[in-house]
Design a binder for this molecule. Structure first.
Ligand SMILES: [Zn+2]
Length: 270
């Protein structure tokens, strides 16, 4: 895949985009409607191309965060991103503003943009919101279920199974998060879908920050059990499985705040 951010960031081991990364040779994919790349400056075609690139750049940064190629706290240097994607800094600022609006990026005055680092308190808030939203999503999905929607869910599940088989951890994390967004999208309520998308990516950041090193997010078989319940139009069971699923994800994280008192006796005992 010709993903400029992936090419530029390599294995995601670089702490910031500014440090030692080179723009890809062909940083912007050719637009599908134009047979040749337009001249770099001037033409309205080039402008159109950049306009279209807005969502494209957003998606690339969003996916890189979802896949843990961009880590929480990474500085997103405007000039470097503008170079990498061959667009103006104003365009990059728009994308960063959108990501900031979704709480995926922190904009710090005089310092710049950073991939968000949700606190433990924010992480708990995210789970509380998910426990409220996701049962509602599944109820609506069961109510409006069509064979096409079920096929979409099954196809997504196959991608997840395949990624696990290949032990592609990035794809597993991304696809796990996207399963929840897809369910919300298929449920057909755009406000729920938008919220779910934001909560999914925040959960991915939280998993990176707080998860036990051995786990990678959603458990392997739980999505398929949820899909089976949806297929049987058993909303109550689907909701119950989802709440258990969220409980498993949350309990696999170490969401222990510093406000908890340290048991010194336990530490020094024996
Ligand atoms: Zn899941």
């Amino acid at each position: 895949m010709n993903d400029p951010l992936r090419l530029a960031l390599g294995d995601g081991r670089l702490p910031t985009i500014a440090a030692g990364v080179r723009p890809a040779a062909n940083p912007q994919p050719d637009p599908p409607i134009m047979p040749t790349r337009p001249a770099r400056r001037g033409a309205s075609q080039a402008r159109l191309q950049r306009e279209n690139a807005h969502d494209d750049i957003y998606e690339k940064i969003y996916t890189a965060i979802l896949e843990h190629r961009l880590h929480p706290g990474t500085k997103l240097v405007e000039e470097r991103l503008a170079e990498i994607f061959d667009v103006s800094r104003a365009r990059i600022r728009e994308v960063l503003a959108r990501l900031a609006h979704e709480q995926i990026v922190d904009l710090i005055p005089q310092r710049g943009a950073y991939v968000a680092k949700p606190t433990i308190e924010q992480a708990r808030d995210v789970f509380e919101a998910r426990r409220l939203i996701e049962p509602a999503v599944l109820r609506r999905l069961v109510d409006t279920l069509t064979p096409e929607k079920l096929t979409r869910l099954r196809q997504h599940q196959e991608l997840e199974v395949d990624a696990r088989r290949r032990d592609d951890k990035r794809a597993v994390i991304r696809l796990s998060g996207e399963f929840h967004s897809l369910a919300a999208e298929l449920a057909g309520n755009s406000a729920l879908a938008r919220s779910m998308r934001e909560l999914s990516v925040l959960t991915c950041l939280m998993i990176f920050l707080y998860d036990a090193p051995t786990t990678t997010s959603c458990r392997a078989d739980e999505h398929s059990q949820i899909i089976d319940a949806i297929a049987r139009r058993d909303a109550a069971r689907a909701e119950k499985l989802m709440l258990e699923h969220l409980e498993h994800i949350e309990s696999s994280m170490k969401l222990v705040g510093d406000m908890e008192e340290v048991d010194l006796a336990a530490i020094f005992k024996g």
